[in-house]
Design a protein around this ligand. Structure first.
Ligand SMILES: *[C@@H]1O[C@H](CO)[C@@H](O)[C@H](O)[C@H]1NC(C)=O
Ligand SMILES: *[C@@H]1O[C@H](CO)[C@@H](O)[C@H](O)[C@H]1NC(C)=O
Ligand SMILES: *[C@@H]1O[C@H](CO)[C@@H](O)[C@H](O)[C@H]1NC(C)=O
Ligand SMILES: *[C@@H]1O[C@H](CO)[C@@H](O)[C@H](O)[C@H]1NC(C)=O
Ligand SMILES: *[C@@H]1O[C@H](CO)[C@@H](O)[C@H](O)[C@H]1NC(C)=O
Length: 461
């Protein structure tokens, strides 16, 4: 091995030196740590460069992940007060709202899952709830965009198969059209409950009830509060017979958070029972030795680029639940703090070059974040958007700040209950495919589906 290569190899593996050593009970220390991790995260984002597309991440990261990243950055601003990235976030959200102002830009129709649109919508909801600076009056308004997504979800509700539910995909030519999954329906449930709380309009709460009931009836949510991945529609067969039982932390989180919102909105004990049920089950399944982890794939090192990001959302939702239902904080907060210390410590990499096929790390040397936190604060040499986003989420989940507002408690975002576009009209648009456009938040437990049809979907168009 040549000397230079040896050095590069060592660099790639380097740990220690500048690792982020956060004093968890010192707010200033947490802010500095979060700032360092956020800076590293933004190094992967080129969407604000001249000529680049705001709201897109470089390959291999998908469109939905950028929506999730913008939500994490709204949290970053809300919890730390640092508004350095607000303009960039606003630019990305306005751009990706698209011509119909519904987070379903024509460029993305080729691979648009309800979960992809849903993740952007949850970011839009967060903007309204945290009073993120409103767009100019002639631009799309946060609340209105979320209402548009809600209306489109409601219009896609499919009673013909499985007794209801949203399909994974929006368009019938996309892989996964015959799959109904917990994350797509979880996004619907989550924004319906939050729209109810924000606007006080019970039509949204009624939908939240409907989606919840369906999830239970079809068996994707069990009596134990397991949340299984999805069911496949097959002619002449009960949907329950072809179920993917994989459990992901973000499914637990998206339903948990929506239920906590319903508990807060209705003050009905039934919702509190449900919150406690999902919480207790999830905390048991998704923690190991007091640390949050992705039980399905983390210990085997098999999480893909989407799956590696799930535990970050889970932590953000857990923190939000602790705030909405303070009596549950004792169960949640120590776990989040414990995980945050380890996660920050694992931001100790100094990669000297990119992992093949991924964008390079451009943050401060010695602060690249690794993926697993199960080996303590060691950098496992996996770095990128999910890893940085997770570490940032872990740190942010330890802050306290104002709770989400509603229209009655200071919210300023303007709504339009009739917003939304037509799915059909977007199908006509055809652009050459790029890697960044493909696939989505829906996960690859559906390998069978992908294996069969993967790629050929584009020929059908
Ligand atoms: C894009 O945002 C980053 C992070 O705030 C900033 O450092 C960079 O200068 C911005 N790029 C442009 C072209 O404005
Ligand atoms: C759609 O793609 C075109 C060409 O790459 C780009 O100029 C435009 O900004 C994209 N629009 C959105 C909403 O991403
Ligand atoms: C309440 O929400 C429903 C469902 O979107 C909508 O049809 C209705 O117009 C809304 N009512 C008000 C007063 O905004
Ligand atoms: C709902 O949440 C807000 C903000 O945390 C809190 O002030 C309020 O007491 C909660 N209401 C109920 C019924 O839980
Ligand atoms: C923890 O470290 C051990 C020994 O280096 C390794 O075999 C294992 O895969 C690591 N665990 C994870 C989850 O990466």
């Amino acid at each position: 091995m040549k000397f230079s290569k040896l050095l590069a190899g060592l660099g790639l593996m380097a740990t220690a030196a500048n690792a982020i050593d956060v004093q968890i009970d010192d707010e200033q220390s947490r802010k500095e740590a979060a700032g360092t991790v956020a800076y590293g995260l933004l190094g992967f984002y080129y969407g604000n460069n001249t000529g680049d597309v705001p709201g897109n991440l470089p390959s291999p990261y998908y469109w939905w992940l950028c929506g999730a990243m913008m939500g994490t950055l709204i949290d970053y601003w809300h919890f730390t007060g640092d508004d350095s990235y607000n303009d960039l976030v606003k630019q990305a959200m306005i751009h990706q709202a698209g011509v119909d102002q519904d987070f379903l830009p024509a460029n993305q129709t080729r691979a648009m899952g309800n979960d992809d649109q849903g993740f952007w919508a949850m970011t839009g909801m967060l903007a309204a709830e945290y009073k993120f600076p409103d767009p100019p009056e002639d631009g799309p308004q946060w609340l209105s965009i979320v209402q548009a997504v809600f209306n489109e979800f409601a219009s896609r509700w499919d009673e013909e198969h499985c007794g209801g539910g949203l399909r994974w995909q929006v368009f019938d030519f996309n892989v996964g059209w015959n799959y109904k999954n917990s994350v797509s329906n979880g996004c619907f449930f989550n924004i319906a409950s939050r729209l109810a709380r924000y606007t006080g309009n019970d039509s949204y709460a009624d939908w939240a009830e409907t989606v919840w009931e369906w999830e239970n009836e079809v068996g994707l949510m069990t009596d134990k509060y397991e949340l299984k991945d999805g069911v496949t529609i097959r002619d002449g067969q009960d949907c329950r017979e072809d179920m993917d039982p994989t459990q992901w932390s973000y499914n637990s989180g998206v339903w948990l958070h929506g239920a906590a919102i319903m508990s807060n909105y209705t003050d009905d004990a039934k919702w509190k029972t449900r919150v406690e049920g999902i919480l207790n089950y999830g905390l048991d399944l998704f923690t190991k030795d007091g640390i949050i982890f992705e039980q399905q794939c983390e210990t085997w090192n098999t999480c893909d680029d989407d799956q590696r990001s799930f535990k970050g959302y889970y932590m953000r939702w857990l923190a939000a639940v602790a705030q909405l239902i303070p009596e549950l904080a004792d169960k949640i907060v120590p776990l989040l703090k414990n995980t945050a210390v380890i996660a920050a410590g694992a931001c100790s990499g100094s990669p000297t070059g990119p992992i093949a096929g991924y964008p390079p790390f451009k943050g401060h040397p010695g602060t690249a974040c690794g993926f697993t936190w199960l080996n303590g604060s060691t950098f496992d040499n996996k770095f990128g958007v999910p890893e940085s986003m997770n570490a940032l989420a872990a740190l942010l989940s330890t802050f306290e700040a104002d709770p989400p507002v509603s229209a009655d408690t200071g919210g300023t975002s303007k709504g339009n209950p009739g917003a939304g576009g037509s799915d059909e009209e977007k199908v006509r648009v055809f652009q050459p495919i790029t890697t960044g456009d493909r696939a989505g938040a829906g996960i690859l437990t559906t390998i069978i589906i992908c294996g069969v049809i993967g790629g050929s979907a584009f020929l059908i168009i």
